[in-house]
Design a protein around this ligand. Sequence first.
Ligand code: GAR
Length: 223
Amino acid sequence: MVTKLKVGVLASGDGSNLQAIIDRSLSGDLLVEVVCVITNRSAAFALERAKKHGITAHYLDYRDFSGREAYDVALVALLRSHGVELVVLAGFMRIITRVLLNAFPLAVMNVHPALLPSFPGLDAQRQALDHGVKVAGCTVHFVDEGTDTGPIIIQAAVPVLSDDTVETLSGRILIQEHQAYPEAIRLFAQGRLKVEGRRVLISDEHHSPLAHASISLSKELKR
Ligand code: GAR
């Protein structure tokens, strides 16, 4: 039997990235198992998605804890109880602490809706529009102690159009997130990511077309 990497997903909202990861794992080309989903918002639709697929879902209310570190101690305990090997932040709108990072060294990933290091933090798509950039995108990276500062695994670019709103740009970026995130997880699961300082080296890179940045810019521009 093939061993699958055990993934725990942390989400706060719609969970469309969670869905993309589940779909890719069910299709068989992503050898991971999402073993639990944890949210900090009781209304997160990600919870429904998890339940629909028979994945254990937990809601952890920050009001039950004395602070961020105490919250993360509980997160780590839950993740460990499921045997999680890789923690995937998928729209998890909460700052995590060293407690989680130390428990899963170089095994916490995040997706951010901007081409980092531009536009870290909240409202990345709004920041990109306000700045007037012509190219936006998403970044999948390992998480470190800064805000969206960790070593970059994959980026994908999209054009910014003159009539874009935050909604239209976010939608275009999200399509790329749904490709890039499962691909980054696949590379991790295959043991093909090596972190050297700020750089993430990908072995056998030509077997990951997405690992080369700007996967879809030219396609998008032709539309
Ligand atoms: C995604 O666009 C993700 O990049 C963003 O939240 C959205 C979650 O969508 N994350 C951040 O902004 C984190 N700084 P989803 O719930 O449909 O996956």
